[in-house]
Structures are given as structure tokens and as C-alpha cells.
Design a protein around this ligand. Structure first.
Ligand SMILES: NC(=O)c1ccc[n+]([C@@H]2O[C@H](COP(=O)([O-])OP(=O)(O)OC[C@H]3O[C@@H](n4cnc5c(N)ncnc54)[C@H](OP(=O)(O)O)[C@@H]3O)[C@@H](O)[C@H]2O)c1
Length: 270
């Protein structure tokens, strides 16, 4: 039965991946988290023996190296699915346009560098370090949980200036996936970026009235893009959809290095 490693398994979409995948007793499911003890408390009531939690931080290369050794010991030297879900998702204030962000250039630079450190550089290290294990698998699937916000056409067509720095980091990781695919598709490794949809993981809680109005303005642009959009989905719904896309995708079908929605190739992001 297959082995999975999910990063950012402590909460939100990552925790839902952990729950969904470990509900099949034969799966070996490894959650990479920054704080093992905290996550152990969250999953204790599931009483599942096929979950293994290991420590790792995308900003700490040595911790990722140790995570590879720990994974290898659990799986016997290979890994079937690597799901790079962990990411820095900035708070509500990051929705301001460049004209506002630019009023504090130091802060803009700090935020962009931090986003790159985690969402881009951290994931590139993660993929390089885990590739020897992936190459020993028969399945060989490496997935990044990306975002529709990285879609240039969406930003252009619907004037979506919000979350610029985060969107840039997700567009960059999409390109990294395409480059990894360009190198490793011939060895049968699928690299795929998947947007999870708009998922309620609490990022909009605690908004001030002003921030709430700005979110409404963004939601109106999303409604123009996708008039049948019914609002955010739950992490459980998102994970079910994303796993479906991951299962169907393959190098042989031409999916290597692509960027799909939770509903699949060419589908809307929300
Ligand atoms: N929610 C959405 O609507 C949505 C939409 C599009 C894309 N996404 C993407 O989906 C993924 C998950 O989103 P989410 O809403 O579940 O986010 P979330 O609730 O903010 O969870 C983020 C996860 O990433 C982990 N993480 C953050 N920095 C890390 C680091 N340096 N090293 C290791 N782990 C780190 C966090 O661990 P700690 O608990 O230790 O902080 C947490 O487990 C992200 O990549 C996000 O960009 C989400």
C-alpha cells in the first residue's frame, strides 16, 4: 500500500490530508510538522496506527535532511507521494495593492523574502532532498499545493491586485515544478501544482470592518470570474477533490509540470 508525506500537516488543509489518507488503514501516512507534540494532541482521538509525525521546518535545511532519514526508516527507503502543502499564507493586511505596500519598502521586501524562503526555496530543498526516495517508488508523484492567485490571466482580466507578494511566490513555485518536471519526467516522476480551491481555514477571521469591505470587493471580482461560486469549501471537501486530481494525473497523460485546479485541468480555481 502506498506511502504519503504531507508537509504542513498540523492544521488546515494539511491536517485534512492527514485525516483523509490515514482513514485507509493500509496507507503509510507521514506528516511533516514544525511542532510534533501539538499535532499529536490534535490527532490522538483518531486512534490511527498508520500515522507518523516527523519534525521539519521549510526554513531549516538540516531539519529537512533529518526528515528524509526518518521517512526512509518508516517506509523502507522509498516514498510514493510527496504532497508539499505547507506554506506561508499572509494575513489580511497583505491584500493591499502595491501602491500601499510600497509606502513601506523595507516591510515589502521583508515579506517577499520570507514568502520566497518558505514557499519557494524551502519547497525546492524539500523536493531535491526527497527525490532519492521518490525515485525508488513505482508511483513517483510530487505535488505542490499552489493557488489560483498565481494565475496571470486571472489577475490581468479581473484586476485582482490583492495578495501580490503571496501570488508571486506561488507563481514562482509553479515554475519550479515545471523545471523539476522538465528534468525528471523521463524518469517517470510526476510534478504537479494543484490549487485547493478557496478553503475555509480561518484566514479571514478577525477582520476589521475596513478589511471586511476589502474582502467583499475581492469576492465581487471572484464572482465576476465565476458567477456560480458558492463560497469557500471545507478542508475535507478540498482534499477529496485534490486527491482525485492527483490520482488521475500522470506523466504519460502529459500532466507533468502542469498547474490544475482542485477540479482538474482547465477547471475554474474556486
Ligand atoms: N486556504 C485556502 O483557501 C488556500 C487557497 C489556495 C492555496 N492554499 C494553499 O494551501 C496550503 C495550505 O493552506 P492552509 O489554508 O491550510 O494554510 P494554514 O492553515 O495557514 O496552514 C499552513 C501550514 O503550513 C505550515 N507551515 C508554515 N510555515 C512553515 C514552515 N516554515 N515550515 C514548515 N511548515 C510550515 C503551518 O505549520 P504551523 O502550524 O507550524 O504554523 C501549517 O501547517 C498553503 O500552501 C496555501 O498557500 C490555500
Amino acid at each position: 500500500m502506498p506511502s504519503y508525506l504531507i508537509t504542513g500537516a498540523s492544521r488546515g488543509i494539511g491536517l485534512a490530508f492527514l485525516e483523509n489518507l490515514s482513514s485507509t488503514p493500509g496507507n503509510t501516512v507521514i506528516g511533516l510538522v514544525r511542532n510534533v507534540a501539538d499535532t499529536e494532541v490534535k490527532i490522538a482521538e483518531w486512534k490511527r496506527t498508520n500515522i507518523h509525525l516527523i519534525q521539519g521546518d521549510l526554513t531549516n535545511y538540516e531539519s529537512l535532511k533529518s526528515a528524509v532519514d526518518a521517512t526512509s526508516k518508516i517506509t523502507g527507503g522509498s516514498l510514493d507521494y510527496l504532497i508539499a502543502n505547507a506554506g506561508l499564507v499572509p494575513g489580511i493586511s497583505a491584500r493591499e495593492p502595491f501602491s500601499v505596500l510600497g509606502q513601506d519598502p523595507d516591510q515589502l521586501q521583508t515579506q517577499l523574502v520570507e514568502l520566497f524562503q518558505i514557499n519557494v526555496v524551502g519547497n525546492i530543498h524539500l523536493f531535491n532532498l526527497f527525490l532519492p526516495l521518490i525515485l525508488k517508488s513505482d508511483i513517483k508523484k510530487v505535488i505542490t499545493i499552489s493557488s489560483g492567485m498565481a494565475d496571470i490571466e486571472l489577475a490581468r482580466t479581473y484586476s485582482i491586485y490583492e495578495n501580490a507578494l503571496y501570488s508571486i511566490s506561488k507563481a514562482a513555485v509553479n515554475m519550479a515544478m515545471a523545471k523539476f518536471s522538465a528534468e525528471y519526467a523521463k524518469e517517470g516522476v510526476l510534478f504537479l501544482s494543484v490549487c485547493p480551491g478557496m478553503v475555509d481555514t480561518g484566514h479571514n477571521s478577525g477582520a476589521t470592518e475596513k478589511q471586511g469591505k476589502k474582502f467583499m470587493a475581492l469576492s465581487e471580482k471572484f464572482m465576476q470570474y465565476q458567477p456560480d461560486f458558492k463560497g469557500p469549501i471545507t478542508p475535507e471537501e478540498s482534499v477529496k477533490d485534490v486527491l482525485n486530481v492527483i490520482e488521475k494525473a500522470s506523466v504519460a497523460n502529459g500532466d507533468g509540470g502542469a498547474y490544475y485546479s482542485h477540479l482538474g485541468k482547465g477547471e475554474k480555481w474556486l
